[in-house]
Design a binder for this molecule. Structure first.
Ligand SMILES: Nc1nc2c(ncn2[C@@H]2O[C@H](COP(=O)(O)OP(=O)(O)OP(=O)(O)O)[C@@H](O)[C@H]2O)c(=O)[nH]1
Length: 699
């Protein structure tokens, strides 16, 4: 909590002066933003006293914590401010960096780290922008490069593996830095005992996180057990017992044994004997780091010889995080971090600093008190989500989990239908929506879907509001006839001044949502026929208790998803063409199969502009698959990254599928472009993979 001590000396004097000082606090500008309601209440209260002739007033004002989402919002605003300046020059870059760095410091990120970030980004972008080879970059391109540099450095802040690539043992695919997940940090071996020991301060969320991790591995088919070695806190064993029983995980502990080392050794030995594969040891905490605690940790460590030690860090820890995490590192030598309570009002910056200080990766984040509220951590998607650009990998994880709990069959059926050239109908979208609704708290899920978060945040942003919005979408489908549900939604539109349904291609443009610059200029040249909703839409709105606007929004969302699924995953989908599949063996996409958001000219331009090494790679047998794999893993080849960054709009167009929705709803066109630079193409494929049951794109 940042305390702001404000001294206001209101001298005895005319009431006007009091009003002047009062309005200097409540007036517009940055100061107003700092004033929370409690401040206003206090001021108001004291003002009341002042009117009773109080000579001097001293205010102690507690500012509201800048929660992590505020940090994202502020960085986003700084990006948007940069898009408003006429030229991207040293002054505008300085302004952007100042805003970003202030936000980071207020979120408790270590000052030294922030200073490093500032100077590194500054020197990187200055070199880029001053490079003669880049002299012909447009302002939009310069802006994108600056934003990308900030994004990359934010990723580096939370990613100690930054700059390294790791190979996924199972698939052999290269995991790009920033995309490394829990499996890259630690992969328990099947059929063998894998001991995981937890350490951390009291109340950091150790016991809760032990339970969450036990559930995580149990769901993934590991025989999992929990050992309670916390003999320090009364009730710790009961808590673990209760948690373990809820998730049906066997546990070990004792009400009488007071030696934590003896309990942990006996517990691990017992589970090993019974062929348990993941054995999680919960140790005790203390209010602060103490020698006694560290000695105990070392002894337990020697007794159970863990394969992995995890430190649990409360996201609220603030600036103390660095010293504490260093001390724990020395004593326990942990190999991974779980940051808890990121769902609440934590600033999170302290935890981020701990990662950098100890060069230890975050493996999971805790996002609630329930056993399922554990999210695998990946640096790049985390930053992407923080900045409101969605978290496709997080969504994939959720989808995978959903499949583990059944529901795969229906997804496969849909995949098969689309693969055979069938239409992704409103009924299919309804099914996807109900799946999404079943995946967990909606405000969390919505943030993972690019565009959707913004749409739902308009509805209030919390679970209740998001749930309400989704439910209304379901009501809309409930009010549709079978014919409408099985359709592609066209029958809800007619062109204005004509009763005839519009022809396929014109309508497609008329209700297109994309907001790419290229399309905007296209629209200028050729005015698009306007369409209006048919009487069906009014009937559905009435029948569902919603409005025609909501029905229109629903159809818009459906069309975006439908377009993506049909164009990417359909019989002659772009994805298949790129893979040399059914559509056109070994060819680049034909103009008839344009990726969403791209014109024929853009595709041709993109093909021509491909760097020779990429063209050569595509000509080689298996080269296309390799390239796809590379892009899919987020590891954009240099040449392609340059293209996307170069404002070709090509690869960017892919991301605009959803990014466009964000742009439309949130008015942040630059975000969709930025998203494309983050490997939008890989992201979209992953999205497809998730949406279509995890099996669509081959590796
Ligand atoms: N909102 C939220 N609460 C959490 C999270 N993780 C833990 N908690 C809560 O934090 C409190 C402390 O959690 P515990 O798991 O008991 O903490 P501990 O580190 O085991 O504490 P000791 O056993 O005393 O060392 C509990 O009320 C948990 O429900 C999280 O990710 N989000």
């Amino acid at each position: 909590m940042l305390d702001l001590w404000v001294n206001i000396d209101i001298e005895r004097g005319p009431r006007d002066e009091c009003h002047r000082q009062w309005s200097s606090f409540t007036g517009s500008g940055p100061r107003k933003r700092l004033c929370n309601s409690s401040l206003l209440r206090r001021l108001s209260h004291h003002r009341h006293h002042h009117q009773q002739q109080l000579p001097t007033l001293l205010y102690s004002v507690s500012l509201p914590d800048m929660v992590l989402s505020d940090l994202g919002r502020r960085i986003n605003t700084a990006f948007q401010d940069l898009s408003k300046v006429p030229t991207v020059d040293a002054a505008s870059i300085d302004q952007l960096l100042k805003s970003v760095c202030n936000a980071l410091i207020e979120a408790d990120v270590n000052v030294k780290l922030v200073a490093n970030l500032r100077s590194q980004v500054k020197s990187q972008v200055t070199a880029l922008l001053n490079d003669k080879a880049n002299a012909n970059w447009s302002d939009a391109q310069r802006r994108q490069r600056v934003q990308k540099a900030v994004f990359d450095h934010l990723v580096a802040l939370v990613d100690p593996l930054h700059g390294q690539t790791k190979t996924d043992d199972e698939s052999g695919a290269v995991v790009a830095s920033g995309n490394a997940g829990p499996g890259d940090i630690f992969k328990p071996k099947k059929g063998k005992p894998n001991v995981i020991m937890f350490v951390g301060l009291q109340g950091s969320g150790k016991t809760t996180s032990c339970t969450k991790l036990a559930l995580y591995y149990q769901k993934r088919g590991f025989k999992t057990g929990l050992v309670c070695a916390d003999t320090f806190r009364a009730g710790a064993f009961d808590q673990l017992k209760q948690n373990a029983s809820k998730i049906n995980v066997p546990f070990y502990g004792s009400y009488t044994e007071t030696d934590p080392v003896a309990i942990s050794a006996a517990g691990v030995a017992s589970f090993k004997q019974n062929r348990f594969e993941v054995i999680i040891v919960d140790t005790s905490g203390r209010h602060k780091q103490e020698q006694e605690l560290f000695d105990e940790m070392r002894e337990i460590d020697a007794a159970v010889t863990p394969d992995l030690t995890i430190m649990v860090l409360d996201a609220n820890i603030g600036q103390a995080a660095e010293a504490q995490s260093r001390a724990f590192k020395e004593a326990a030598g942990y190999g991974a971090i779980i940051v808890t309570k990121l769902d609440g009002h934590a600033k999170g910056g302290g935890a981020i600093s701990a990662v950098a200080a100890t060069k230890t990766p975050i493996m999971f984040i805790g996002t609630g008190e329930h056993a399922a509220d554990l999210e695998p951590f990946r640096a790049q998607p985390f930053i992407s989500k923080l900045l409101g650009m969605g978290d496709i990998t997080g969504l994939m994880d959720k989808m995978e989990e959903m499949q583990m709990n059944g529901g795969q069959e229906r997804q496969q059926e849909m995949l098969k239908k689309i693969g055979e050239g069938g239409v992704f109908s409103i009924r299919d979208w309804r099914e996807q929506l109900s799946n999404i609704m079943g995946m967990g708290p909606l405000s969390k899920i919505a943030g993972m879907i690019p565009g959707m978060g913004q749409m739902l945040s308009g509805a209030g942003g919390d679970d209740e509001a998001a749930g309400g919005k989704m439910k209304r979408m379901m009501f809309i489908t409930d009010a549709m006839t079978a014919e409408e549900l099985d359709s592609d939604g066209r029958l809800f539109y007619v062109p204005i001044r004509s009763k005839k349904p519009p022809v396929a291609d014109t309508k497609e443009v008329a209700i297109a949502e994309s907001s790419t610059a290229a399309e905007k200029s296209k629209k200028k040249k050729k005015p698009q026929p306007k369409v209006r909703m048919t009487a069906r839409a009014r009937r559905v709105a009435r029948g569902s208790g919603t409005s025609v606007k909501e029905v229109e929004e629903f159809l818009m969302q459906y069309r975006m998803v439908g377009k993506m699924i049909n164009r990417f995953g359909g019989k002659d989908g772009w994805l298949k063409q790129m893979q040399g599949g059914a559509g056109g063996k070994g060819k680049m996409p034909t103009p008839g199969m344009l990726p969403p958001g791209m014109s024929r000219e853009q595709v041709m331009q993109m093909q021509n502009a491909l760097p020779p090494e990429i063209k050569a790679q595509l000509r080689q047998p298996g080269g296309r698959e390799k390239l796809m794999q590379q892009i899919q893993s987020g590891n954009m080849p240099e040449g392609l990254a340059g293209l996307a960054g170069g404002g070709m709009g090509g690869l960017g167009g892919l991301a605009n599928m959803f990014g466009g929705a964000g742009g439309g709803a949130g008015g942040m066109p630059d975000m969709s472009q930025l998203m494309s630079q983050m490997g939008g193409m890989g992201g979209m494929m992953n999205m497809m993979k998730g949406m279509m049951g995890g099996g669509a794109p081959p590796r």
